[in-house]
Design a protein around this ligand. Structure first.
Ligand SMILES: Cc1ncc(COP(=O)(O)O)c(C=O)c1O
Length: 371
């Protein structure tokens, strides 16, 4: 294939050989394909209750300012986050979603000749962000399917994979798509034993859903571990996935490096306003989290009763083992207007991931599943 007919082939090799991220199927696409009107999407771990009314009002007000560039330093949002988290504003980096920050971290700390370690079945953005830099992704095997945290991160294997060339270790706790987690004590011991030349990227995208399960609050560990970077997002529990706001909390010197590769205006006027207002509406957040946590247990129990194997989850979603019929099951659900997430791109063609919706949506999913 020549560069003449395929100019894309001029891209650098590590980008040409990248497998692109596979997003959940949009509702409009299924509408077009099957002519259905009443569709629910339980495929992208969004919050079915949406954004807080206060955030919606703030974003509506902010629309009037969209002819202006946003505050590139995100001053107001950083001040609010710093006060809430008990850190200094210069420890915070804002991102166009936390995905943006994961990419910034890779850009700032990785290059050809260096390595990043992540677990098999870890969040799909890590390999993409790493490979795009030309660094080597070192994948450690997921925990066995019959372990208490099936397919989860094996911290011992991850520790063994660290070499003098390693600069970043990615840990999603809990992990997407598996939902599995590592207990706080084990993770603490892992970070304590990680050599100082390695940044520990701790992805806490689902932090708000984890209470009571023995997971960490990574931000509380930042004083102890200067090489720790914690990633959080407004996309999940705060219901703001569409406006793309996330943040990383780190040592100020790491934040300084992320800031060097950050696009100057990476968070929009609307996103900044919505996220800041969302922080004030703790009632909306807790109500959404409460339903997700209750539904996590209820839907898991129902699926288990129906003979389906459900992985433990600390997120707002469940990973289920369907078996060889997973693709057919996915298609059947689509025909019934329910979009879930196939995870074949993770090397898991026999599993499906389902996001917890409202009680009514989950009932509809369960009915479609069991019929
Ligand atoms: C583990 C994990 N990290 C990060 C993200 C990125 O989310 P966002 O870019 O919307 O903040 C996701 C989204 O699905 C996720 O599951």
């Amino acid at each position: 294939m020549s560069a003449l007919n395929e100019p894309g082939q001029l891209a650098v090799e590590n980008v040409r050989t990248l497998a692109p991220y596979v997003p959940g199927k949009p509702i409009e696409e299924l509408q077009r394909e099957l002519g259905l009107t009443d569709i629910i999407k339980l495929a992208s771990n969004e919050n079915p209750f949406g954004a807080s009314p206060q955030a919606l009002a703030a974003m509506q007000r902010a629309i009037a300012d969209t002819w202006l560039y946003p505050d590139g330093s995100g001053h107001m949002l950083k001040q609010k986050l710093a006060a809430k988290l008990g850190v200094a504003p210069d420890q915070i980096t804002l991102g166009n979603g936390s995905n943006d920050l994961l990419v910034m971290l890779a850009e700032a700390f990785l290059a050809p000749g260096l390595e990043a370690v992540y677990s098999q079945y870890a969040f799909a953005v890590y390999p993409i962000a790493v490979q795009a830099t030309g660094a080597k992704g070192v994948v450690t095997p997921g925990l066995p399917a019959d372990s208490p945290m099936p397919l989860g991160h094996d911290l011992q294997a991850m520790a063994r994979a660290i070499t003098p060339r390693t600069r970043v270790v990615f840990i999603a706790n809990p992990n997407n798509p598996t939902g599995t987690w590592v207990p706080a004590a084990e993770l603490h011991a892992f970070i304590a034993a990680t050599p100082p030349h390695v940044i520990v990227a701790l992805d806490e995208a689902y932090f708000e859903y984890t209470a009571g399960l023995g997971l960490q609050d990574g931000i509380a560990w930042l004083r102890e571990f200067p090489n720790l970077v914690v990633f959080r997002t407004f996309s999940k529990a705060y219901g703001l996935a569409g406006v793309r706001v996330g943040y990383a909390v780190s040592h100020p010197s790491v934040a300084g490096m992320l800031n060097r590769v950050r696009q100057a205006f990476n968070v929009s006027v609307v996103g900044l306003a919505g996220a800041a207002a969302a922080l004030d509406d703790t009632a909306h957040l807790s109500a959404a989290v409460k339903v997700a946590v209750e539904e996590r247990a209820r839907v898991a129990a129902q699926l288990t009763k129906a003979g389906t194997r459900v992985l433990p989850s600390a997120g707002n979603f469940l990973m289920v083992h369907v078996g060889p019929g997973a693709k057919e099951r996915f298609d059947t659900l689509l025909r019934r207007g329910v979009i879930v997430r196939p995870v074949g791109n993770y090397g898991l063609p026999e599993h499906l991931r389902v996001t917890l919706g409202t009680v009514e949506q989950n009932d509809r999913f369960l009915k479609a599943w069991e019929a």
